[in-house]
Design a protein around this ligand. Sequence first.
Ligand SMILES: [Fe+2]
Ligand SMILES: [Fe+2]
Length: 280
Amino acid sequence: MTFNIAGYINSAGRVQVDDLDLDAFVRHPLSAATLRCLRYMSDVESHTVCYLRDVLVTPSHRDPDVTAFMSMWAFEEFWHGEAIDEVLRLHGLKADYEHIRSVRAAQGLKDRISPVLQSVAANTIGEDFVAVHMTWGAINEWSAHAAYGSLIEKEGHPELTKLLSRIQQQETRHLAFYASQARDRLARSRRARALTRWTTQRFWAPVGSTIEPEEETRFVLRHLLGDEAGAKAIRQIDEKVAKLPGMAGLTLVERGVARFGTGARTPAAGPRRKGRPAPG
Ligand SMILES: [Fe+2]
Ligand SMILES: [Fe+2]
């Protein structure tokens, strides 16, 4: 089914928090483990504009459907970060632009070089690069949706459930766009299928793992996806990826999570490769 881009851009918006009972977090604070996951998630959401920078220097910027979507997508992800930060602050944690600045500063040289390298590689490839970008986005949005779902289940806090369910609803529209674009672009180009299969197998890594300290990624993956329900969620994402044209048989998420010593199977052989930062 074709994604309704006009419907999306006309209804995209800030995730609603004004009607939440925020005092509930003071009366019934969240667990330390949940707060640690929320910090990770906020860091990822707040980094979206940097992912946007990285893809605007590629052929993706030439497609107005893609740029219309991405304008609204970055806006919505920004507000996901702001909403989660509000919850962190209610627990006495520092969650402000100074923190975001420190996360960006920690990216170092890699962050300054990567847009240049990505631009050269992607523009050399041309139009088929967009299929890689769209597939990558779909995998990351499926992952984000599953992670929020797991946190809802694990914490069982009514107000957190309301907030994260609303964020999930927006992630659902994001993944619908990416998946429909990926499906179409992969279906019409053999080169795009080969390129996407090769690139995702070689470079895809769990959302946030390229910007966060490794111990944080390990903690979040173990906490949210380290049990049987998590293994099932991982399999379900891989099944969705495998249904995209040219992606049959891949177990990208299972392998990506296993490289951090968590998830359903033992670490894959070989060194862990750093993936490109990408939207979540
Ligand atoms: Fe988000
Ligand atoms: Fe999203």
